[in-house]
Design a protein around this ligand. Structure first.
Ligand code: ATP
Length: 353
């Protein structure tokens, strides 16, 4: 029996609901397979903890987390904690602490899901987001705070090492997919230092991947191309900020933020990788039991694949597609089903296969 140790950090808001749902689905898959099992350990690292104890992650927390095979993460964000504090103290502390430099975000319209975009059926993208530096490197500062002469700087940091590894990762991914296409997203017309380096390193890495068809698009232009010509793109590589923005657009074009998954990968396996739905804590619907858990199921499938459970990952993805095709949908997709209804339906389906 193969065993997988998974650290579970539900976090805040609907993170608690969708991660609980995802754990049930993972347990159902393990039971069905009989070949592997999960050892889940829950971590109460959330905004409530921060408000009570002044910290999201306790002393030695990352060291404890580093012993796991993977991390299953919900969402972080609270109306009582500034967003830049919650993000940096929990999610980014893990992503950067564990050098999870490749953030992978698939976008596809699942069967039965209606997109507002005509021709959305042709969306089949994977956005690769540089996850360790760029605009979110944390480099900057503020002086003369509160005075009329106050200045704040936010310095984007691009390193050759960081760029080489993310472009190489994106090329390898593009090469593994049937269409073998890779679009470089950039803003090197206006930003003439870091972004020009970003482009140069991309074209250097490209030489080792002759089978991959490449093109280059400015970040503003890529938003229109995503809407008007979705079929012309396959894998997309973009910086931390650019990919953050275009992947929310990709999620909305594919139906709902509630569906989209993401993986924060440390491809070398030096540290555990982290899997999460892309949505945030969604205070407006938290605690009502109506959150769409599909994003947390899809990211669970990515986690299974990462853990080497390819068959179970395929089985889960097929179950997700049968679920969305069945029309049992939560409110965000126009349905009336609850988180629990959807979770029970997919677990029963997995058991019956
Ligand atoms: P962030 O932490 O990114 O600032 P947020 O809580 O402000 O997040 P998101 O979670 O990204 O906002 O989502 C925006 C809105 O989309 C939510 O307020 C909610 O109405 C809807 N939404 C997001 N995820 C889901 C979901 N899983 N199910 C249903 N609706 C969702």
């Amino acid at each position: 029996m193969r065993g997988h140790r998974v650290a579970v950090i539900p976090g805040d808001g609907i993170g608690l609901e969708v991660i609980e749902a995802g754990k049930q689905v993972l347990e159902a898959l393990a039971k069905k397979s009989g070949d592997f099992q999960f050892e889940f350990e829950d971590f109460d690292w959330c905004s409530q903890r921060y408000l009570e104890k002044g910290e999201y992650i306790p002393e030695g927390g990352l060291e404890r987390l580093s012993k796991f095979d993977a991390i299953y993460f919900g969402a972080v964000g609270s109306q009582d904690v500034p967003d830049h504090v919650s993000l940096w103290e929990l999610r980014l502390a893990i992503c950067q602490g564990f050098d999870q430099y490749a953030n992978v975000r698939p976008a596809r319209v699942l069967p039965g899901v209606n997109s507002r975009l005509k021709g959305a059926d042709e969306i089949d993208w994977v956005i690769v987001r540089e996850n360790s530096e760029g605009e979110y490197s944390g480099n900057g500062g503020r002086v003369h705070q509160g005075f009329p002469d106050e200045v704040g700087t936010e310095v984007s940091v691009f390193t050759r090492k960081g760029l080489e590894r993310i472009h190489r990762f994106a090329f390898n991914l593009a090469q593994s997919r049937p269409r073998k296409k890779l679009t470089l997203v950039t803003k090197s017309n206006a930003q003439r230092h870091g972004m020009v380096l970003w482009d140069e390193v991309f074209f250097e890495v490209a030489k080792a991947f002759p089978e991959v068809t490449i093109d280059r698009e400015l970040v503003d232009a890529v938003t229109t191309r995503m809407v008007l010509k979705p079929e012309t793109m396959d894998v997309i590589v973009a910086t931390n900020l650019h990919a953050d923005i275009i992947s929310d657009l990709a999620a909305a074009l594919s139906g709902s933020l509630g569906i989209a998954p993401t993986a924060n990968l440390n491809p070398e396996g030096t540290f555990p990788s982290m899997f999460e739905p892309i949505h945030g804590s969604a205070f407006d619907i938290a605690g009502q039991g109506i959150a769409n858990p599909v994003g947390s199921f899809w990211t669970a499938a990515m986690m299974l694949e990462h853990l080497g459970e390819k068959t179970a990952a395929e089985c889960l993805m097929a179950a997700i597609e049968r679920l969305t095709a069945s029309g049992l949908q939560t409110q965000d997709l126009g349905g009336t089903a609850t988180t629990r209804d959807v979770t029970q339906a997919i677990c029963s389906d997995i058991e019956s296969q």
